[in-house]
Design a protein around this ligand. Structure first.
Ligand code: AHR
Length: 505
């Protein structure tokens, strides 16, 4: 058995737990929108055609923000096509995913869904095939109360009050050669700066996200951020980060250490943004919106779009089935996001339904939870107050991709208003149990409220529509507390959450 210790102290505050860390993403891609959130013939469809079972699961998942409508899709999207009477909306080719977009769901429908799901929208504009004017038109349609033509069009379409969307993404992955309208950093930086400047002239209260890199392995990573931020620094609030490198390719040890890679990505973007701040004599700080992240098995057949004359509506695409190890990694990636809460101010798990998703649906039928649903939902529910940096003493384990890494990864939160302390931990060992001791001397006496562990003797176990509960986190009965020491045994390949409250509460 391995042994490790954590020192948890209320003075080691990294930053607040930001609710926007628990965002997700709904793209017009595969079955995310059609038969995912929207399925008018489903027995539980509401008057707008939205699945109530999916809305309930979205609420249970604890999602704060939802990014929409893409993704690669947005770079060829004409948002006006998705407005007005549904019967009159045109179908269009979606070049990004070689699909047919019927435009049955558009911005007004999405905003109705977001209100029902209790999530904040994060809207992306098309800077691939379009530019400043179309972004302004969409902003006017969404945020201007009344008067000009697009605002009046929204009112005529049945939405009297403005949507007042606050967070906007200036395009999507414009660094990627796969992107419709792909640009160099200089081209994109200029366009993003001018779009942001004009959008703020219409609505000064916006929070704007400029595109960073689509991954830290892309050739332009680093230089892209430097050039784009040099152009846009004063016009934007956040730079995005996207990453999907993490998949189990036969090297489970490296896969379980994926958060090391996310840490590196975040630290590199932070350093670059701060270098641009210094060089430009700026005073404000640019923070990170990690608005696409997940495990994604990109090379599997289900991620390959149709070809030729086949342009289907809502094809099965990117419907990865997640196993226990995938869920442990997702829990670890959330730990990485939280420990960077000083600079990661928003994040979006990509995506929400059916497409590399925690929630799955059958068209017209059942909905169910993938394994990755659980660490996300529990972290979102229990992480409150301040994020605490931990002093970790851990045995090291070798990995091929990241060298030696700590066997345990962990972060804690502390809510000064309730006194609650939450420890989130991953045992990255593929073989050994880990005896954890947490030193809690900085707190007044604590008691255990919950101790839950997600693990399975077979880490390749995946949920199905017939059984999505066998891997739900279970009480960890090894957990105990005596004086200021907490003890627990964490199984190999596991994710755990331990909740503590003041003993006298
Ligand atoms: O989430 C799937 C795709 O991954 C998105 O459309 C794109 O932005 C990214 O490359």
């Amino acid at each position: 058995m391995l042994t490790a210790s954590l020192t948890v102290d209320p003075a080691f505050v990294v930053g607040p737990v930001r609710r926007r860390t628990f965002g997700a993403f709904v793209e017009h891609l595969g079955r995310c929108v059609y038969t995912g959130i929207h399925d008018p013939d489903h027995p539980r469809a509401d008057a707008d055609g939205f699945r109530e079972d999916v809305i309930e699961l979205t609420r249970e998942l604890g999602v704060s923000t939802v990014r929409y409508p893409g993704g690669n899709f947005v770079s060829g999207y004409r948002w006006e096509d998705g407005t007005g009477p549904v019967a009159e909306r045109p179908a269009r080719l979606d070049l990004a995913w070689h699909s047919m977009e019927p435009n049955t769901v558009g911005v007004d429908e999405f905003m109705r869904w977001a209100a029902k799901a209790g999530v904040e929208p994060m809207m992306a504009v098309n800077l691939g095939t379009r530019g400043v004017q179309e972004a302004l038109d969409l902003l006017e349609y969404c945020n201007v109360p009344a008067g000009p033509a697009w605002a009046e069009r929204r009112r005529a379409n049945g939405t009297a009050d403005p949507h007042r969307i606050r967070m906007w993404c200036l395009g999507n992955e414009m660094d990627g050669p796969w992107q419709v309208g792909h640009k160099t950093a200089e081209e994109y930086g200029r366009l993003a700066a001018e779009t942001a400047r004009a959008m703020r002239m219409m609505d000064p209260g916006l929070e704007l996200v400029v595109c960073g890199s689509s991954g830290s392995a892309i050739a332009t990573f680093g230089e892209w951020e430097r050039i784009v931020l040099t152009e846009t620094y004063e016009q934007v609030d956040y730079i995005s980060a996207h990453a999907y490198y993490w998949e189990e390719d036969g090297d489970l040890a490296s896969f379980l250490a994926s958060a090391v890679d996310m840490d590196h990505f975040i630290d590199s973007v932070t350093a670059t943004a701060d270098a641009v701040r210094a060089a430009g004599k700026h005073t404000k700080t640019i923070n990170i919106s990690f608005d696409e992240w997940n495990v994604w098995y990109q090379h599997r057949a289900e991620s390959q779009p149709p070809t030729g004359d086949d342009w289907p509506v809502a094809p099965v695409l990117l419907e990865d089935r997640y196993n226990v190890a995938d869920a442990v990694v997702v829990g670890g990636l959330l730990i990485s996001l939280l420990r960077h809460s000083d600079r990661v101010h928003a994040a979006s798990l990509a995506q929400l339904v059916n497409v590399i998703a925690p929630i799955m649906t059958e068209p017209g039928g059942r909905s169910w939870k993938q394994t990755i649903f659980h660490p996300f939902a529990l972290t979102s529910r229990f992480a409150q107050g301040d994020v605490l940096r931990l002093a970790i003493e851990s045995p090291r384990i070798p990995t091929t991709k990241f060298g030696e890494v700590d066997a345990i990864d962990a972060v804690a939160t502390h809510d000064p208003s309730t006194g609650e302390v939450v420890i989130l931990a991953v045992n990255r060992s593929t073989t050994d149990e880990l005896a954890l001791e947490a030193r809690l001397g900085g707190f007044r006496a604590l008691r255990i409220v919950d101790s839950l562990t997600l693990s399975h003797p077979d880490h390749t176990w995946s949920a199905t529509a017939d059984d999505d509960s066998s891997v739900a986190p279970r009480p960890n009965t090894t957990t105990g507390i005596a004086h200021d020491r907490l003890h627990a045994v964490l199984p190999p390949v596991s994710w755990s959450v331990i909740r503590l409250a003041p003993a006298d509460s």
